[in-house]
Design a protein around this ligand. Structure first.
Ligand SMILES: C[S@@+](CC[C@H](N)C(=O)[O-])C[C@H]1O[C@@H](n2cnc3c(N)ncnc32)[C@H](O)[C@@H]1O
Length: 255
C-alpha cells in the first residue's frame, strides 16, 4: 500500500513539473554524476545541466553508441536523449515515457531534431521484436511495479548482441530483489558498478541551482516536497544517499 501511494505521489510530481515548467527550465530529472577530473565538454547552453548530462554521458559511453539505434525508456523531459543525440551521434534516437505531458513537451520542444517520442509504459513497449541496438534507462525503474516484465520487454526489443544500459537507485532492502530480477532475466551482465558516491557529489554540487529553481517555480508551501524530490543537500532523500540507505547502480547487460 505504502509503495502504491509512493507511485501515485511520484506520478503527481512528474505531472506537476510538466504543468508548471512553461519555460522548459527542467529538461533533466535525474540526480547527476560527478567524479574528480571528469568534466565533459558542453555547449554554453547545456552548462546549467552539467551533472545530469554527465550521468547520461557516463552511462551512454559505457559502450560505443555511435551509429546505433537507441531507445530510451523513461525519457522524462528529453534532456538526456537530446544530449545523446547531439553529442554521441547515434543513428536514431527514440524516447518513451508513461507521462503524457512529458511526451507532449518533448514532441514540441525537440521537434526538428530527429528524435522520436512516444507515450508508452516500460512494461508494455509498443515496438516490434529486435529493433534497437541499445536500450537506455536512467533513474526511472525504481517506480516500475513489474521490473521483471520490463526486463522481458528490453530483451524482446533488443537486437541480438544489443546492450541494455541501466542506472537507478534502490533502498537497501530492495537491492537483493533487483539483483535477482536481473539474474532471472535473459540479459547477460557485462558491467556492474555502484556510483552512489558520484551521485551524492553531483547532488552536493548542484544543490544551489536546484534550490534556485525550486524557489523560482514552486509555491513556498511545496518547497520542502520539492527539495525532497530534487534531493538537495540536507533533504531526507539526500541523507538516504549519504547514509547509504539508498544505493545508486550503473549496470550494463548484453542480449
Ligand atoms: C526521475 S525521471 C527521469 C527522467 C529522465 N530519465 C532523466 O534522467 O531526466 C523518471 C521518469 O520515468 C517515467 N516513468 C515512471 N514509470 C514509468 C513507466 N512505467 N513507463 C515509462 N516511464 C515511466 C516518469 O514518468 C519520469 O518521466
Amino acid at each position: 500500500m505504502k509503495e502504491k501511494l509512493k507511485n501515485v505521489l511520484y506520478r503527481i510530481w512528474y505531472w506537476y513539473l510538466s504543468t508548471i515548467d512553461k519555460n522548459a527550465e527542467v529538461i533533466f530529472m535525474n540526480y547527476g554524476y560527478s567524479k574528480e577530473n571528469y568534466k565533459i565538454e558542453l555547449d554554453k547552453n547545456d552548462e546549467k545541466n552539467r551533472y545530469s548530462a554527465q550521468l547520461y554521458n557516463y552511462v551512454a559511453t559505457g559502450i560505443n553508441i555511435k551509429g546505433k539505434d537507441i531507445l530510451e525508456v523513461g525519457c522524462g523531459r528529453g534532456g538526456g536523449l537530446s544530449y545523446i543525440n547531439r553529442y554521441l551521434s547515434p543513428h536514431s534516437a527514440t524516447g518513451v515515457d508513461l507521462n503524457k505531458k512529458a511526451i507532449e513537451f518533448c514532441k514540441t520542444y525537440y521537434s526538428n531534431r530527429g528524435i522520436k517520442f512516444l507515450q508508452a509504459n516500460a512494461q508494455n513497449l509498443n515496438f516490434q521484436d529486435k529493433v534497437f541496438d541499445v536500450v537506455i534507462n536512467i533513474e526511472s525503474s525504481h517506480r516500475y511495479s513489474q521490473m521483471d516484465i520490463f526486463l522481458d520487454e528490453v530483451f524482446r526489443v533488443l537486437k541480438p548482441g544489443g546492450y541494455f544500459l541501466f542506472a537507478d537507485f534502490r533502498h537497501k532492502s530492495e537491492i537483493e530483489i533487483l539483483n535477482k530480477q536481473f539474474e532471472d532475466s535473459n540479459l547477460r551482465p557485462v558491467k556492474k558498478e555502484i556510483i552512489t558516491a558520484n551521485v551524492l557529489e553531483a547532488l552536493k554540487l548542484s544543490t544551489n541551482e536546484r534550490e534556485k529553481l525550486i524557489h523560482k517555480m514552486i509555491p513556498k508551501l511545496l518547497h520542502s516536497i520539492g527539495k525532497k524530490f530534487a534531493a538537495t543537500e540536507g533533504s531526507t532523500t539526500y541523507n538516504k544517499f549519504s547514509t547509504r540507505e539508498y544505493e545508486y547502480f550503473f549496470y550494463i547487460f548484453k542480449k
